[in-house]
Design a protein around this ligand. Structure first.
Ligand SMILES: [Cu+2]
Length: 638
C-alpha cells in the first residue's frame, strides 16, 4: 500500500498546488516577457511565442483545483520497498557543489556522493595526498555532464566521465569503486561544458566543448577587448591515457556536445555565432549553428601533420570551410543536442526559439562532400513550446523535450515531425502529450536514452526551481528532481525528490550493466605503499608513519614527533569485511579521511603545534569504535 494523496483537477496534489501554479505563472510570465524582448528581432517566432504565452496565461488564470476523491498515488506501483533494489543507477552531476551523485531509480534515493572537484572531509578527498595530486591545487569545480564509457553504442560499465566548467578539467571515475582515478586539465579554453564519449566501436576519445570564446593563447598579450580574436575549441581527450590528443579551433562558441553512434561525427551547439561579448551581441543573429565535426577528416589532418602546435597540443583549424567542420544553421541560440537511439537524428533544442531542429545524420556525408547545403540536413523543425532546452528518447520513435519557460515536458513523434515538414497539414502537430513539471526544467533524461538500448520506462525532469514543493528551508531552496512514467501514451508524474545544488544532467543505466563491475574492496596491492606492518621511520626532519587500521585498533598506540617535523601518515584499512570503513582524524590538525576495506590513503603535514593530540577513528566501525584511537605527541622544539 503506497502513500495516499488527494487528486485535484490539476495533478495529484491538494489545493496547495494552486499557490505553486500561480507562482509558476508569475515567473513564466516574467521569463516570457524577457524572452519576448530578446527576440523582438525574430518576428515569426515572436508571434508564435506570444500565442503560446497567451494560451499559457489562460491556463494559469482558469485553473482551480476542484478537490476530489482519495486515490492511490501513481508512484505506489513503482515504489522500492525496504531492502529492495532499484532498477537503474542514475549518475547525476552536482553542478557547483563539484561532485557527482549516484541516485537509485525509481526510488530517487541518493546512494552515494562522489567528490570530484570539491573538498570532502567525509572521504578525505582534497585532503589526502592521492586526491590532491588529482586536483592540481584547485578546490572548486562545476560538474555538468556525467557520461559513461561505451562499447557498440551502449554502456560498458567501466568508467564515468565528468567535466569541470569552472576550472576547465575532465575527470574519470572508475565504476568498480566509484572514485576518481584520473583527471586532465583542458588548455586554451573556458566554460568547458559539453562532454561526450565516443559511442562506437569503443570509447577511445572523449570530446569537450568550450562554451566561452577566449583568446587561444590567453596570456594578456594582444588587444584583449577585441572579441573578434577569440574562438572556441573542440577538445579531443584520449580516454585511456587521459591526455589531450588535439583541439579543433572554431571561430564560434561551442556549448553542448554529443557523438554519433558510428564513431565518425561529433556535435556542438553554438549560440554565439555572432562572436559577441555582451548578451545583446550574442542574440543579434536569427540563426546560429549546430557545428558538426568530421572525425574522418580530423584523423586525416592529424596523420598529415596539418596543424600547428601550441603548448604541446596539436591545434587543427576547424573554422567554416576548412573541411573539418560543417556549420548547420538552426534557429537562434540553440542549447542541447541529443542523438536518437537509432543513431539517425541529432535533435537540437531551440532555447529562445519554440522549435526543435531534427538533423538527419545519414545526410552528413553529403554535407561534407558538398553535395547538399548544410541546412538541407534539417529534416524537421516542429514547434513544441517555450524554452526548449534538452531532448531525450524512449526508443519507440518519440522525443521528450524539456521546456524551461513553459515548465513542461513535451512528448513528440520524430517521424511525424519529419512527415509534417515534408507535407504540412493544417492543424496537425507532432506533439503527442504535455506534462506540467514543478518548475523550470533544465535537463531531462529517459532510461538508457543515450544508448541504442533506450527502453522508454522512466523520465527524469531536473527542475531548477522548487519554490513551494517542499518545506521552506530559507532563501536557498533545493532543486526538484521529478520522476515520470513514460511507459504509456501519456506521461505520468510519479515523484518529487529534493536535491542539493545542482544536478544539471543525469544518465539512467540499467543495473545489470553496472552491478557486475562493482567491488566491495580494492586489491590491497593497488596502492604501492599499502601497509601490512605498522612502523615509524625518520629521515632528517621527515617522519613517515605507516599505520594499519583493523577494528577496533590502529597498529600503533603512540606516535611521537618533534615540532616542525614534516609528517606523513600512510593508513591502510586491513579489514576485508565489506562496508567496514575506518576514519582517521587528527585533533586540532585539520586532517580527516576515511579508508575503505583494503584501501590505503596518505596525508602529509607539518607538526607545527606541540602537545598531545588524539588521533581517532571517525567512521563507526565496532562496538569499541570510541576506543579506536592513538596519541600523537609533538615534542616542543626547545
Ligand atoms: Cu574504526
Amino acid at each position: 500500500m503506497g502513500p495516499r494523496v488527494l487528486l485535484s483537477g490539476i495533478d495529484a496534489r491538494g489545493s496547495g498546488h494552486s499557490a505553486g501554479l500561480a507562482a509558476a505563472c508569475t515567473i513564466t510570465a516574467r521569463l516570457s516577457r524577457e524572452g519576448g524582448d530578446l527576440m523582438s528581432s525574430l518576428r515569426p517566432l515572436t508571434i508564435s511565442i506570444a500565442a503560446a504565452a497567451m494560451s499559457l496565461s489562460l491556463a494559469c488564470g482558469g485553473a482551480t483545483p476542484d478537490g476530489g476523491q482519495e486515490a492511490e498515488s501513481p508512484y505506489a506501483a513503482h515504489e522500492v520497498a525496504p531492502g529492495e533494489y532499484d532498477d537503474y543507477y542514475g549518475f547525476s552531476s552536482g553542478g557547483h557543489s563539484g561532485e557527482v551523485r549516484i541516485v537509485g531509480i525509481p526510488s530517487m534515493r541518493v546512494l552515494k556522493r562522489i567528490p570530484v572537484w570539491n573538498i570532502d572531509p567525509g572521504s578525505g578527498w582534497g585532503i589526502t595526498n592521492e586526491s590532491k595530486a588529482m586536483m592540481g591545487g584547485k578546490w572548486v569545480g562545476d560538474t555538468h555532464h556525467v557520461q559513461g564509457s561505451y562499447v557498440d553504442g551502449t554502456y560498458d560499465g567501466k568508467w564515468l566521465f565528468v567535466n569541470d566548467k569552472a576550472n576547465n578539467r575532465l575527470a574519470r571515475i572508475r565504476i568498480d569503486i566509484f572514485e576518481v582515478d584520473a583527471t586532465v586539465e583542458i588548455p586554451h579554453t573556458q566554460g568547458t561544458h559539453g562532454v561526450f564519449p565516443q559511442r562506437a566501436p569503443t570509447t577511445e576519445w572523449v570530446i569537450l566543448n568550450s562554451e566561452f570564446r577566449t583568446p587561444l593563447v590567453n596570456d594578456g598579450s594582444g588587444d584583449m577587448l577585441d572579441a573578434s580574436t577569440y574562438g572556441g575549441v573542440h577538445t579531443i581527450v584520449d580516454a585511456e591515457r587521459m591526455e589531450v590528443v588535439a583541439q579543433v579551433q572554431t571561430e564560434v562558441n561551442l556549448d553542448l556536445a554529443a557523438t554519433d553512434y558510428s564513431g565518425r561525427y561529433s556535435f556542438a551547439t553554438s549560440y554565439n555565432s555572432e562572436g559577441g561579448a555582451t548578451i545583446s551581441e550574442m542574440l543579434a543573429s536569427d540563426l546560429d549553428y549546430l557545428v558538426v565535426f568530421s572525425w574522418d577528416n580530423i584523423k586525416a589532418a592529424l596523420a598529415n601533420n596539418d596543424y600547428r602546435t601550441v603548448d604541446g597540443v596539436p591545434i587543427l583549424d576547424g573554422t567554416e570551410g576548412t573541411g573539418l567542420t560543417a556549420y548547420i544553421p538552426v534557429p537562434k541560440n540553440p542549447h542541447g543536442v541529443n542523438v536518437s537511439p537509432d543513431g539517425n537524428y541529432a535533435v537540437v533544442s531551440g532555447k529562445v526559439s519554440p522549435t526543435a531542429s531534427v538533423i538527419d545524420i545519414t545526410m552528413l556525408d553529403d554535407v561534407f562532400a558538398g553535395n547538399i547545403e548544410p541546412r538541407d540536413a534539417v529534416v524537421a523543425e516542429p514547434e513544441i513550446g517555450l524554452g526548449p532546452l534538452h531532448t531525450t528518447f524512449d526508443g519507440r520513435g518519440n522525443a521528450y523535450t524539456s521546456l524551461f519557460i513553459d515548465s513542461q515536458e513535451v512528448k513528440w513523434n520524430i517521424q511525424r515531425a519529419i512527415d509534417l515538414q515534408a507535407n504540412p497539414q493544417e492543424g496537425e502537430t507532432a506533439v503527442v502529450d504535455r506534462l506540467d513539471i514543478h518548475y523550470q526544467v533544465g535537463h531531462t533524461m529517459a532510461s538508457m536514452a543515450e544508448t541504442n538500448e533506450a527502453d522508454g520506462r522512466y523520465l527524469i525532469s531536473l527542475n531548477k526551481i522548487s519554490k513551494d514543493r517542499f518545506l521552506n528551508v530559507g532563501p536557498l531552496k533545493p532543486e526538484n528532481d521529478q520522476l515520470i512514467d513514460i511507459s504509456g501514451e501519456s506521461m505520468v508524474l510519479l515523484k518529487d525528490e529534493s536535491a542539493y545544488i545542482e544536478p544539471h544532467d543525469i544518465i539512467l543505466v540499467r543495473r545489470d550493466i553496472i552491478e557486475p563491475h562493482v567491488v566491495d574492496r580494492v586489491r590491497l596491492e593497488e596502492h604501492p605503499e599499502a601497509v601490512t606492518q605498522s612502523s615509524i621511520t625518520r629521515d632528517g626532519n621527515r617522519v613517515t608513519v605507516r599505520l594499519t587500521a583493523t577494528a577496533p585498533v590502529f597498529g600503533l598506540q603512540e606516535v611521537e614527533v618533534n615540532e616542525g617535523d614534516e609528517v606523513t601518515f600512510i593508513v591502510t584499512n586491513t579489514d576485508e569485511i565489506p562496508d567496514l570503513a575506518h576514519g582517521f582524524a587528527i585533533s586540532n590538525y585539520n586532517i580527516q579521511m576515511v579508508v575503505g576495506p583494503f584501501q590505503t590513503k596518505s596525508v602529509t603535514f607539518t607538526a607545527d603545534k606541540p602537545g598531545v593530540y588524539w588521533i581517532y577513528c571517525t567512521n563507526f566501525c565496532h562496538a569499541l569504535h570510541l576506543e579506536m584511537r592513538l596519541r600523537f605527541i609533538v615534542r616542543p622544539r626547545s
